[in-house]
Every structure is written in C-alpha cells, then in structure tokens.
Design a protein around this ligand. Structure first.
Ligand code: ADP
Length: 574
C-alpha cells in the first residue's frame, strides 16, 4: 500500500490530465451504451411500423452516439498516451537522477543485468500505471453510477441489482483472479530478471564459458528460466480466459435478473416493451468496462513490485552528498591526508588504517605495495566514491567533502587500470572529458597521447567496451581524455598494469610528458623507474610502513627493497 501511495505521488502532477482522460473514457463507454440503446430503440420501434417522423429521434441518436464514440475514443487515447509518455519521461529522469549519486558505492551490490531490468522493464511497467491501473476502475465506477441512475428511473430493485452484478464482476472476479494468479506476475518478472542476468553473463563471458566447457550448463540454465516463465504465462492465459467467461456469465445473470425485476413495471405499464429492450441492451453494454479490471489488479501487483524494486535502489542513502554551499576548488593545491582510516561496509578489517601524508603542488609521489594493501581504496576516497570512516583528506586546507563532488572530479584526473570506452565513436569517447572541445582540440590531445594515427578516425566506432582497440590504445585514449580535462591533479591508478612491457614503457613515457608541472599520485604494484618520484609511500595492510625516495627505501632493507628485488630478479630470470 505504501508503495502504491508513493507511486501515485509520482504521477500526481498529472492529476487533472488523468481526471480528464477518465471522464472522456467514461464518455466513450457511455456513447457505446447510448449507441446500443438508441439502435435498440430504433429497431424495436421500427418493427411496429410507425410514421417515419417518429423515428427521427432514434436516427439522430444513433448517428450522434456512433460518431461521438469514435471521437471520444480518439481523444481519450490521445490524452492517455500523452499521460503515459509524460510519466515515462519523468520516471526515467527521476530514476537516473536518483541513481547517479549512488554510483559506484551503493550500486556495487546489484548485478548489472538486474539493474538494467529495473531501468528498462520496471519503469516500462510503471509507465502504464494510468492506462492499466488507475484509469479502468475510474471509468467502470462512472459507468456503474450511470446504470444505477438509468435503471433507477424504472425500478429501484433493478438499480440495486445492476450494482450487485457490477460489484461481482468488477470486484469479485478481479479478486478471485488475483487469488488464483497470486505471485504469477512477480514470478514472470523474476524469471525475466534472471534471464537478463544470464544473457548478459552469456554475452560478456562467452569466452570463459567456452574455455571451461560450461556453455551447455549455462544454456540449460537459460532454458530453465524460459521454461519457468512460459509455464507461468500459460497459467496466466488460462486464468484470463476464465475471468472473461465469468464476466460473460455474470452479464447474462444480470440480464435475466433485471428483466425479472422489471416484469412488474411492464405489467403495470410504467415501462413499455421498447424501453425494456433498450434497457436490456444497456445492461449488456455496461459490462464492457468491467472486463479490464482483473488485469488491473494483476498490473497493480506487478507495478507495486516494480515500484518496490525501484524504491529499494532509490532509498539507499548515497555514500557522498554534495554540500549545500560548496567551496570553489582552491588555487593552493596542497594535499594533506590526516589519520585517514576506512573500512568497507560489512568488512571487519580496515582497508586503510590511520594514513597521514602531505603532497605539495607539483610533486610526483608513488604509492606502492602488494595487492590488497589498500592502494585503490585511496583513489576511491580521493574521488569521493566513498567517504572516509575517520580522518580526512584536505586540498588547500579544506576537507574534500566541502567541494562539489563533480567539481572535485573535474580537478582530479584519473587514469585507472581499466579504461571504459563506450560503444561510440572516438570523438564521443573523448568528449566525455570535455564536451565542448572541438575537433582540433581532440586531435591535439590524441597526438600528444601518442595516437597521432587516430586523428583521421574520429568517427571510427570503438566497438562494444572499446573492443576494436588494443589495451595500449585504450589507455592512450584515457590519456587523451586526461589531457582534455586539463586537471591540476592526476591520479594514475595502475594505469599501465594491463599492458605488455614495451607498451607499458611507451605509455609511461607519454604519461610523464603530460604530467610535468602537475601534482601526480601514481599508484602501482610494479616498481619501474622509481627514481623519478619525489617520494614513495609503501603501503601494507592499509598502513604506511615505509616512505622516502627510492635510494632511501632501498637502503632501508624493508618491504620496498624486498618487492623491488623480487620483481627485478624475476625480470632478470625472465
Ligand atoms: P589494492 O589496490 O592495494 O590492491 P584495494 O584498495 O583494492 O587494494 O583493497 C584493500 C582491501 O579492501 C582489500 O582487502 C580488499 O579485499 C578490500 N576491498 C576492496 N574493495 C572492496 C569492496 N568494494 N568491498 C569490500 N572490500 C573491499
């Protein structure tokens, strides 16, 4: 119920449009009833062969209702589709706006296929909340009221009877359908969600599945999901058929009961044969708007589930929020890390433990350490993907939480191990860093990043995840992005870790060239050309265990020297 109210709250801005659509929906059904009534009147009356002039009213009525029904239906469709698209646009924006601050910390727990389904299917299910859930009961209610009034003119019993049968068909049958189809809509959605997860895994991991001979098992799992979904859909179809026949049965029941209730009026002459025919047909027509109601209940269930799934994400508190009065990014870019500690949620151990260090503007420092030491966690805290548990990071003396996260990220360029390229052209992938950059700027950046040969291929498609480019080329695109971003601080987080030796050296040289004059934090577990750094911090289990320049650390005979010797002896052997 709470979810439904929240959903209704979301579509509240369109209240007047919805009221208008319901009214016109009612006018459409009303015209249908009117058409049947006037036709019945015309046929019954004509059978008695009266003078033609007396049929005039019937003829005009048939023409009017016949035309009106079409026009009203058209307007009703126009308005309800308009509402649907407005709702869809609003929901998508609302959802994207809401999930953006949650990335990446709070979205980590959701599988990407599942998220995709929430963004696509759940929102699509909700876009029809008016046409399938809110609209039909309103129209049905208005039609019931009309019939109650119409029959009330002749007999109060008949008026009560129509309400009774309408209630049975409009409330009883839908509730019965709901009972029978309990969990089906949710089940179908869950199967679909699981199918998306499996399909995405299939496309992205087909290589691994083939390699380990798991393809048949994975396909069997996909087939299982499809089978489960089909079974539920079959059950659904049977229940649908049942509700239509039940509504038909009730309509006939209502017809007999109402004719029976009107018999005394017929005998007493307060209703004549023609009026009885007219009323009878009206009763039949009035069941039409009740037919969609069982589906309404099903959609309601599905929409509530979709709503819950969306609200589940949206109710997650963002890890970082923008301050209400953000400070401008300072000109003094001295970075100070003081007593910085961090633990990931639900993880008992500290990923970072009371880290303190200072980086002066223009300094190049390296943070090294074995894998799992906490190096990348430092990047995440700098970029404010996460907030520190204790201690603080300051730039120019201000805690980084005082800056707008977007502004902070504009001023700290990050090249990480994995550069994500969108399935777009090279131009669009570069423009991610500088949307307003023109082609000449893009070409200059590509050339400086060592991709001079790409300057003629800005319109080249990069392939899914940039598959058409080599690892080295992808990293160079990342470097071109950093150049375009032109941030004063750079974090190179294992930027060359995925590259082969020769490419690594070349990319490192390019990085060195572009980082002159900037503050650079290089995070690496590979100890290459370490003499160039103003300071090296050695991290182990979240703590700084050594620090100094390369020569000092080598003299210390500690972890750094052991790492260095291990890597270099391996190289020598290699
Ligand atoms: P490094 O970059 O030095 O390899 P990380 O900063 O990635 O190390 O990880 C530091 C510690 O935090 C590790 O013990 C790792 O298992 C843990 N960790 C990293 N990311 C997460 C996460 N998202 N959730 C829970 N624990 C994490």
């Amino acid at each position: 119920m709470k979810t439904l109210l929240r959903l209704i709250g979301l579509v509240k801005p369109y209240f007047w449009w919805m009221a208008l659509a319901a009214l016109i929906g009612f006018a459409t059904t009303g015209s249908g009833i009117g058409l049947l009534m006037t036709s019945a009147y015309l046929i019954a009356k004509a059978a008695l062969q009266p003078p033609l002039a007396t049929l005039e009213l019937g003829i005009v009525g048939v023409r009017f209702f016949g035309l009106a029904r079409g026009v009203f239906r058209y307007i009703e469709r126009l308005i309800s589709h308009n509402i649907t698209f407005k709702i869809l646009a609003k929901l998508r924006l609302w959802f994207y706006d809401a999930i953006e601050p949650l990335a990446p910390a709070r979205l980590m727990h959701f599988k990407s296929g599942d998220l995709l389904q929430r963004v696509v299917d759940d929102i699509q299910s909700l876009e029809n909340i008016y046409t399938r859930v809110l609209g039909p009961p309103l129209t049905a209610l208005l039609v019931s009221a009309l019939m109650w009034f119409l029959l009330g003119v002749y007999s109060s019993e008949a008026a009560l009877l129509i309400l009774f049968f309408h209630a049975l068909a409009g409330i009883g049958v839908p509730l019965l359908t709901k009972q029978l189809s309990r969990g089906i809509a949710v089940g179908i959605m869950e199967h679909k969600s699981e199918q998306q997860v499996l399909a995405l895994d299939f496309f992205q991991g087909i290589g691994e599945l083939q390699l380990y001979g798991q393809l048949p098992r994975h396909l069997a799992e996909m087939q299982n999901e499809e089978h489960g979904k089909l079974q539920l859909q079959r059950k659904n179809a049977i229940i649908d058929g049942m509700h239509e026949s039940l509504t038909g049965l009730l309509m006939n029941g209502a017809l007999i009961a109402i004719i029976w209730a009107l018999m005394p009026s017929l005998s007493s002459g307060s209703i004549n044969g023609i009026a009885l025919t007219v009323v009878t047909l009206a009763v039949m027509a009035s069941f039409e708007p009740l037919l969609p109601l069982p589906a309404t209940i099903k959609h309601l269930e599905a929409d509530q589930h979709a709503g819950e799934r969306l609200f589940e994400i949206l109710d997650a508190k963002p890890e970082t929020v923008a301050p209400t009065t953000p400070l401008p990014f300072p000109t003094d870019q001295t970075i100070r890390v003081e007593q910085l500690s961090f633990s990931y949620p639900e993880s008992p151990k500290k990923a970072l433990d009371r880290l303190s260090f200072t980086i002066l503007p223009g300094q190049h420092i390296a943070i090294v350490g074995p894998s799992g030491a906490g190096k990348s966690t430092i990047t995440s805290l700098f970029m404010r993907f996460w907030n520190s548990s204790e201690g603080e990071i300051t730039i120019g003396g201000e805690n980084i939480s005082r800056f707008n996260p977007e502004e902070l990220r504009r001023n700290i360029a990050l090249v990480s191990q994995k550069t994500y390229l969108f399935a777009e052209t090279i131009r669009e992938n570069l423009r991610l860093a500088a949307p307003e950059a023109d082609d000449n700027q893009l070409k200059a950046a590509l050339t400086a990043a060592g991709l001079g040969s790409f300057t003629a291929q800005l319109d080249e498609w990069c392939g899914q995840h940039g598959m058409k480019l080599s690892g080295g080329e992808r990293q160079r695109i990342a470097i071109a992005r950093v150049l375009l971003q032109n941030a004063p601080i750079m974090i190179l987080d294992e930027a060359t870790a995925n590259l082969d030796g020769v490419t690594e050296r070349e990319v490192t040289e390019t990085l060195n060239a572009i980082s002159a004059g900037k503050t650079v934090i290089t995070i690496t577990h590979r100890l290459h050309a370490m003499e160039q750094y103003d300071r090296i911090l050695v991290l182990e289990k979240g703590r700084i265990v050594e620090q100094g320049v390369h020569g000092e650390l080598m003299a210390e005979n500690g972890l750094y020297r052991r790492m260095w010797e291990l890597q270099h002896s391996a190289e020598m052997v290699g």
